[in-house]
Design a protein around this ligand. Sequence first.
Ligand SMILES: Nc1ncnc2c1ncn2[C@@H]1O[C@H](COP(=O)(O)OP(=O)(O)O)[C@@H](O)[C@H]1O
Ligand SMILES: [Mg+2]
Length: 307
Amino acid sequence: MLPKVTPTERVVARLDRVTHGYRSVSGRLNPVLRDLSLELHEGERVALVGSNGAGKTTLLKLLTGLIVPRSGEVEIEGHNTRDHSAVRMADRVAYLYQHPQEMFLQDSLRKDVGMFPIGRKLPGAAETVEQVLAQVRLSEHAEADGRSLSGGQQRRGSLAIGLAMRPHLLLLDEPTSSLDISSRDDMIATLAALSGSLRCAVVASHDMQLVASWATRVIVLDQGQVLADLSPRDLFSQPDIVARARLVPPQITQLGTALGLRPAPLDVEEFVARCTPHDAPSQTQPPADRTAADLADARHTPAVVSG
Ligand SMILES: Nc1ncnc2c1ncn2[C@@H]1O[C@H](COP(=O)(O)OP(=O)(O)O)[C@@H](O)[C@H]1O
Ligand SMILES: [Mg+2]
């Protein structure tokens, strides 16, 4: 279970009436984000979700300053991306590409991780490099070419590159896509372990297990706008939003929902706690509003299934 983080009121990023789109070869403008306003605060772990093409990557790139909106403003800690190049924004924002191999440019992971802090002569740069390599458990592979690492190691390696920038805002694009299940669980655990040391992080993802176990806030994009802005628990308890955004909740959440548990449980530990009779020994305090006795009743009543 992750430590509870209380977001502060301190705004790290602000999007004000942002509209963005891309021109087709015929010159027609295809809108992607429409009049979107949003604030991200210190202490938040934000999951950006929505179907393919919903605009998640576009939103992350706007936050890095790699692209500027066609209209509206994007500010990172008060700095408007129109007036500050992505290179200058890199003092504050780190963006991890969906394909980690795009982030390995040198002949060793250590050099890639050191590129920003050593290149910019940040104080304690060499120590930072070793520290972040240890944080992602890749110290032993520091001399390897990043491109030669396994899929899971590449993800953690690209995470180390981002962490070494000591960003105020860390943006990750689909950090668990195309990983096998154990590498994916490992990546989720690595992100969870970092939670206390990140000021504000945004993860664009289809991985609802990651959303359920890591995020404090979920922003659902649909048709270029924010369809919902809520906690993972509230998201998975609202089947209409889940269906409209074509999300697939974690299986344990689906099972809990089918058994009538409200709100939906987010992980196995919570599910078990909520299905355990009150007098049975339990390590976890159930946040449940339903008990084992309720569940027994639920077996005799039609289950409510989401989606
Ligand atoms: N550089 C680009 N040029 C033209 N169209 C683009 C470009 N990048 C993204 N798009 C289009 O914009 C829409 C949103 O893309 P994207 O932000 O990548 O969505 P997501 O990350 O949610 O899948 C998609 O229809 C995509 O094809
Ligand atoms: Mg994308």
